[in-house]
Design a protein around this ligand. Structure first.
Ligand code: 13P
Length: 293
């Protein structure tokens, strides 16, 4: 199946009470791991690049080509979207131009009127090409300058105005933050999510900062209206942990491993890549999107 817009399958998730995963990728192997997991679980999936990951992968055109070509060469049968995560306006336009099937325009740092105006423009350009659009109101926090705060709560009136721009799914803060959660984190504000959902009934909400939120809170959020959960840090940690363990094992058995040529990057990276696949499969089960392709 060719890469597709995420509009239909995120909407289907919202209508049927589960969430699809938006998994960030960083390279070829990462993308393969996510695709293997999605296929094994028969789950629709968004593979997303941050602006930084897009650059790291050689530009958006290359990132799109990697996803598109792997979907074909790996005979992937589940719906897969290639999505821009937290894109500036120009980046969203570039991704639409080079064939991303879904984009997030993040104007949350701008005054709300400007955020809405640019979102409208992105929607017009994206929808003309069948590309789905995510936008954000309020700001989803995280570690910035060493300060980790409680996540912001998105203003309800801003959420309503953003939905009216014609976007397909909405990122809105409910106390969630990117990266690892601090010990004193107060948890998701499900009461705020409830108010949001009441204001934009039936509309798919995106939960950012999906790594490290207790499963019961994620599932409660999905029950209320979250239809896409973003996961990045969790896969990075899984990869780093497995790679570090393998490196330590290598160190302890150097002569033997050298003789087996385990320094070959295809072998050296394999445990880390497998760990990403396992992490993605496990998340898909928690989000309820297994067998929803
Ligand atoms: P985490 O890194 O906390 O999983 O957040 C990912 C995310 O929300 C990407 O937009």
């Amino acid at each position: 199946m060719p890469i597709v817009s995420a509009e239909k399958f995120v909407k289907a998730a919202r209508e049927n009470g589960y969430a699809v995963g938006g998994f960030n990728t960083n390279n070829l192997e990462w993308t393969q791991a996510i695709l293997r997991a999605a296929e094994a679980k028969q789950a629709p999936v968004l593979i997303q690049t941050s602006m930084g990951a897009g650059k790291y992968m050689g530009g958006y055109k290359t990132a799109r080509a990697i996803v598109e070509n792997l979907v074909e060469s790996m005979n992937i049968t589940v719906p897969v979207a290639i999505h821009l995560d937290h894109g500036h306006y120009d980046d969203a336009l570039e991704c639409i131009e080079v064939g991303y099937t879904s984009v997030m325009f993040d104007g949350s740092h701008l005054p709300i009127d400007e955020n809405l105006e640019l979102a409208r423009k992105v929607v017009d350009l994206a929808h003309a090409k069948g590309v789905s659009v995510e936008a954000e109101v309020g700001t989803i926090g995280g570690e910035e300058d060493g300060i980790i705060g409680d996540g912001e709560l998105a203003p309800i009136e801003d959420a309503v105005a953003m939905v009216e721009t014609g976007i397909d799914f909405l990122a809105a803060g409910i106390g969630n933050i990117h990266g690892p959660y601090p010990e004193n984190w107060k948890g998701l504000h499900l009461d705020h999510l409830e108010k949001l959902v009441e204001a934009v009934p039936g509309f798919p909400i995106v939960l950012h900062g999906g790594s490290g939120i207790p499963d019961d809170q994620i599932q409660a959020a999905i029950k209320l209206g979250v239809a896409k959960v973003n996961v990045n840090t969790e896969c990075q940690i899984a990869f780093a942990k497995a790679t570090r363990a393998f490196a330590a094992e290598y160190e302890a058995n150097e002569a033997d491993y050298d003789a087996k040529k385990l320094f070959d990057p295809r072998k050296f990276l394999a445990p880390g890549v497998k760990a990403i696949q396992e992490a993605v499969e496990e998340r898909i089960d928690v989000f309820g999107s297994a067998n929803k392709a």
